[in-house]
Design a protein around this ligand. Sequence first.
Ligand code: ATP
Length: 583
Amino acid sequence: MLYTKVVEAYEKIEATTKRLEMTDLLTQLFKQTPKDEIDRLVYLTQGKVHPDYMGIELGLAEKLVIRVLAQATGLSEDEVTALWKKKGDLGLVAQDAIAARRQKPLESKPLTLAKVYENLDEIARSGGAGSQERKITLLADLLAFATPVEAKYIVRTVVGKMRLGVADMTIVDALAATFATKQDRAAVERAYNVSSDLGEVARLLASEGLAGLKKVGLKLYRPIRAMLCERMETLEEILKRLGKCALEYKYDGLRVQAHIGPKGIKLFSRHLEEITDQFPDLVDGLKGAFRRGAGIVEGEAVPVDPNTGEFLPFQTVSRRRGRKYDVEVMMKEYPVSLFLFDCLLEEDEDLTGRPYVERRARLHKALKENERVRFATYRDTDDVKEAEAFFDTALQIGGEGLVAKALNSTYEAGARGYQWIKFKRDYAAAMSDTVDLVVVGAFAGRGKRAGTYGALLMAAYDKDDDVFRTVCKLGSGFDDATLEALPKRLAPHRRDRKPARVDSKLEPDVWFEPAVVLEVLGAEITLSPVHTAGQDLVRPGAGFAIRFPRFTGKWREDKGPEDATTVQEIREMYDRQKKVAKP
Ligand code: ATP
């Protein structure tokens, strides 16, 4: 397949913000793709060469790409850098520079999808001595024959910023429409939720049709997408809905999926990234605790104060990224404990289809607790008074609340449903639950904040239309150090104009591609003519806004923009708040 066919479709996809239109364009593209190339096309459309959990990532340093662009076009590196500063997108720079290139290639050989993938894959895999030169050669090899538009997408892919705006679930829709019918979407989504690998799903669908997806099962060292919770306002309602159920402490940390087997232990985040290197203490703890040959268990990693034994704020775990030295220092200063609450695989047996109580019993038999690895505290009950008292103790130990689980519930990968219901502190009060919002813009600071940002423009995710709609300007809750670091921290996502998937009536000083998610606590949800989330839903011309928003200090690094609080959830919170307000 010619790469030019692919980028023709990408151009149309980039130009639309409508999810249905994107799905149709993708479907048309998939239909024209040879079966044995579909997986590669899917990865490239996601802006990658492999599923995340493999850790084989592109993301070439921009400096290196500038050097290659200079070589390929005859411009100087300074000229390319100047263009980049002006446009803010190396892909666009590549497009223009290739169009105006001073030295045209002597012969032109059209690029194929296979060739582009092969070179990008090798770039991603190259490491060690001499790898830099190798990467340069591989990229130069592609750019030598690329058309301007092809160059734009090749460069965007290598620097790890595709900007197509295609969410994974849009690819799921398109795969269902291409290889089955829209009604079969659930089967395709399930396969994705279990395998975390859209390329593999595409490959199986293309070669064996829907029947092929039945083969997708749980596999050691390949993370499964996490089961999530719904929320409810009162314990009474929860118990009414679930009857006798298990209440577990809701720990406030980082969700960890541990794969333990003959090839050692691998830890994955809720984001499906491998995080083993960040938690050598947990790896050791699990080694000592696990009594079987193989298994997959899930829990929440919580930092513990070694002096008091109390839980510490969640941020102390998220700071464990980066260099080995930091991890070692952090490990001593803020050791973590993993509170396990599920067992998905034991030896060769997939337990996800088994009821919760059985999985819990298997979990408790498969491990012996130690300081680093514990079981989540639980209580099975249908008594509201008992539940309330249990909730109080959960808060006392530093938990966030409770998660109620239906005793007979199976593990539904990637699903957010009422089999698991979370109940957090002060739910019944107006808006005491936090929301996770996406940074889409910033306003320059004045006075004391000159030189940094005065406020961030925050958005909720509109799942139906796959866009981000604004709900507030966020200016409080930042300490001085965070404030100072904000421009740098957000710089990689900076854009010169409004990103396609952002819907805003306000015009901030800088725009950001939806990427960074912050936890925000507000006083109340109000209607406002300024914000676009839920526009016209309650009153014509008005959307939902969060009043008195405050940053809680928690960067939700474990969440992608599509995992942020949705407009639909804000609407539910608004409706609930009104119910509470009425006597
Ligand atoms: P929140 O922002 O409220 O933590 P979330 O959007 O991150 O929620 P939810 O599905 O709403 O995710 O809440 C479930 C999260 O709570 C899980 O992903 C997990 O990280 C954490 N958690 C803590 N304790 C438990 C537990 N006992 N059982 C399940 N999840 C738990």
